[in-house]
Design a protein. Structure first.
Length: 82
């Protein structure tokens, strides 16, 4: 909680919902995926590296995620059924 107390003011959002957290040893170029709705953190990264990744999430990125999901859903329902 000490880390949160020291750095929470650096975060751009109060909630990361509906993003999902994925812990993976793989290195990702885009740690925040606004199509799948995931934030990828490496479990062996430092707390500051995690903070840097979480700081990438903004209100605008959450809006973009919502837009992307809406577009994907619309495209999925437009597909012809066989």
């Amino acid at each position: 909680t000490k880390l949160h107390d020291e750095h929470h003011h650096k975060l751009n959002v109060d909630s990361f919902y509906p993003l999902r957290l994925v812990l993976s040893n793989d290195e990702f170029h885009d740690k925040v995926d606004l199509f799948s709705g995931t934030v990828m953190l490496n479990p062996i990264a430092t707390q500051i590296q995690w903070l840097e990744t979480l700081m990438l999430v903004s209100k605008d990125s959450l809006k973009e995620l919502e837009h992307n999901r809406s577009e994907l859903l619309q495209n999925q329902t437009k597909r012809p059924k066989h």
